[in-house]
Design a protein around this ligand. Structure first.
Ligand SMILES: C[S@@+](CC[C@H](N)C(=O)[O-])C[C@H]1O[C@@H](n2cnc3c(N)ncnc32)[C@H](O)[C@@H]1O
Length: 220
């Protein structure tokens, strides 16, 4: 984990990312096109977004309520909408949501867009599906852009997430969260147990030596 933290803060990689993201970049999946602003999480050079898209591909989401918590570009939300889910896309990043609104019109796909710090603006809402690709490196984000990567020095993002989740699920809800072996999975697991939640590996994919796990989160 520390190794990867070194990787993403390495000056050459930082410079490469900065140059690549000097302007908004297109990203597409299954005919859906989005424009990703430089302030928004880049699905192009990371594996997690594509793994989640392929993961929901075979699912029957018709008329299911689905929340993408921290939607970034919103490509997963738009794809779920194409699969006829009733989608809510949230993020803390206003620019991400402004771009997603435009993408929803351009792709003619309907979804609800809400700015929210985790579940703060989603009171009393219950979902059939919740999809989360969280920031997981333990460092305090300096700005909104960094919130895509850093979960706080003491994993504050996860402390709040796991405290709030039980109020938004039932026994039949499906909550999926992707994590990579680059992060401190054991520490994140230890936080779930404080809130009577279970974190179980549901799917895993190894690409170029990195293992991504999709965990299913459920109440104990
Ligand atoms: C790793 S990115 C994933 C983006 C998108 N879901 C995807 O898979 O491409 C994490 C996202 O969570 C958002 N985020 C971080 N902290 C948040 C919070 N407290 N509340 C809501 N969204 C948050 C970030 O702005 C970012 O868009």
């Amino acid at each position: 984990m520390r190794l990867f933290l070194k990787k993403i803060t390495h000056p050459f990689l930082k410079l490469g990312l900065k140059l690549f993201y000097l302007k908004p970049r297109k990203y597409s999946y299954d005919g859906i096109k989005v424009l990703v602003h430089p302030e928004v999480f880049p699905p192009h050079l990371t594996l997690s977004t594509k793994i989640l898209l392929d993961f929901i591909n075979p699912m029957n989401l018709e008329n299911k309520t689905l929340l993408e918590l921290g939607c970034g570009s919103g490509i997963i939300s738009l794809y779920a909408s194409k699969k006829q889910a009733i989608v809510t896309a949230t993020d803390i990043n206003k620019i991400a949501l402004q771009y997603l609104e435009k993408a929803s019109l351009k792709n003619n796909l309907d979804l609800e867009i809400i700015q929210s710090d985790l579940f703060d603006n989603l009171q009393n809402r219950i979902y059939d599906y919740i999809i989360i690709n969280p920031p997981y490196y333990p460092r305090t984000p300096k700005n909104t852009k960094e919130k895509a990567w850093f979960c706080g020095e003491n994993f504050e993002y996860f402390e709040k997430l796991f405290k709030q989740i039980p109020n938004h699920i039932t026994n039949s809800s499906n909550v999926f969260m992707i994590l990579s072996n680059d992060c401190d999975i054991e520490h994140i697991k230890s936080i779930t147990s404080k809130f009577d939640l279970n974190l179980k590996i549901f799917f895993e994919k190894k690409i170029l030596g990195e293992i991504n796990y999709i965990f299913k989160i459920a109440s104990k």
